[in-house]
Design a protein around this ligand. Structure first.
Ligand code: SF4
Ligand code: SF4
Ligand code: SF4
Length: 372
């Protein structure tokens, strides 16, 4: 059992109300220390934000759960002001260790010649990695907690970036893909969609192709935003990578802080619309699902649930949706758990295959060991 959660997966499955009360109490103590809302604010008044499933109603002077959106004088505004992002960028040479690297055009030639210009790795070219601050979730195992620590400590101002700066960086002729991650791109999605449109139009004018637009996200954006983001990936040869944390709602909430029932419904809705869009482009696959194998919480049963949903979409829409099962590394508030064991990873792999997912990969294999 992880100290940060205070209850085990068995209790979360069998007595969810009681177990979640413990997990929520523990989370709110730590969130309050950071100066972030203990749970998504939901008063009857306040500025409503509908960007993600949390659907915060932010009280005057308060912040949304992601820490990015605030209520200033009764109006909803991003912390950094309208038209600007909180992000830092860097160039990552191909082949990258991207979650979707197993099926990505830059590494595998899938989608050649339309979405990659080379058979084999795009050597000498780069992914523009765009790390966004803020996230609709608050995972205890977060491997990039600086996205929220910067928001909590007030150092966020050094990450302000304009859309024009981002577009210019993306138009570097050596950049063949742009990956929005973080944190999570969701709180910034309206602006990132605007920037991505400009990038695609300008890249076409300058005959810089490919310029793939990819998203690494928890998949909780509102359905219209997710659809628009996916369309930009579709036309540019990019991939939407959705990190699906758990299948049991109470486990999802204990790990992430978001309402598990609502999150799962949103994930089902968004993956369904992405599977529908994915019919328009067989290669590379538009949607890739990843799941982190958190010891004691995200076991084969959780993976089976997610994989069964993925397989049902594959059947219904006749598309390929690969899954990547990621080995866990003790981090942030879950340093008291071991890394994922080989046995756990193999059970999860088998569960995903038995459920009917065709392509299943195990990521971060170097972390696997005989821990339990
Ligand atoms: S983006 Fe999501 S978490 Fe952030 S304020 Fe809006 S609804 Fe809340
Ligand atoms: S961001 Fe997209 S195109 Fe770039 S390496 Fe990752 S999956 Fe491939
Ligand atoms: S969704 Fe990702 S970035 Fe956000 S808190 Fe969870 S692990 Fe961290």
């Amino acid at each position: 059992m992880a100290e940060a959660i205070g209850v085990c997966a068995d209790c979360l499955r069998r007595r969810p109300a009681e177990a979640l009360a413990v997990a929520r109490r523990k989370r709110s103590i730590y969130r309050e220390k950071l100066g972030l809302p203990p749970s998504p604010p939901r008063g009857t008044s306040g500025a409503p934000c509908k960007i993600c499933v949390n659907e915060c109603r932010i009280p005057p002077g308060g912040r949304g759960y992601c820490g990015i959106w605030v209520n200033r004088g009764g109006k909803l505004e991003p912390l950094q002001g309208h038209g600007r992002l909180l992000a830092y960028t860097y160039l990552d040479p191909h082949p990258t260790n991207c979650t979707a690297g197993y099926v990505c055009p830059a590494n595998t030639s899938r989608g050649y010649p339309r979405y990659t210009f080379t058979e084999g790795v795009e050597k000498g070219y780069y992914n523009l990695a765009v790390f966004l601050l803020g996230c609709p979730l608050d995972c205890h195992f977060c491997q990039n907690p600086e996205h929220k620590l910067a928001l909590a400590t007030g150092t966020w101002a050094r990450y302000i970036k304009s859309i024009d700066e981002l577009v210019e960086e993306a138009l570097n002729p050596r950049v063949t893909c742009i990956c929005y991650f973080g944190g999570d791109p969701t709180p910034h999605m309206p602006l990132l969609i605007q920037a991505s449109r400009k990038i695609i139009v300008e890249a076409e004018k300058r005959k810089q192709w490919p310029k793939r637009i990819c998203w690494e996200t928890d998949g909780l954006a509102s359905s219209p935003l997710m659809r628009e983001a996916a369309r930009l990936s579709l036309v540019s040869g990019g991939i939407v990578k959705i990190d699906w944390k758990a299948w049991t709602p109470s486990i999802y909430e204990a790990l992430t802080g978001a309402n598990g029932e609502k999150a799962l419904n949103r994930l089902k809705e968004n993956t369904e619309q992405l599977a529908r869009i994915a019919r328009e482009r067989p290669e590379p696959p538009l949607l890739v699902i990843s799941t982190l194998l958190v010891p004691g919480y995200v076991d084969a049963e959780e993976v089976r649930g997610i994989a069964s949903h993925v397989a049902s979409l594959m059947d219904k829409y006749r598309v390929n949706i690969p899954m990547v099962l990621l080995a866990f590394h003790p981090d942030f508030r879950m340093r008291d758990l071991p890394p994922t064991s080989k046995r756990h990873a193999l059970e999860a792999y088998r569960a995903a295959k038995e459920a009917g997912v065709k392509e299943v990969f195990i990521g971060n294999v170097w972390l696997l060991g005989d821990y339990y």
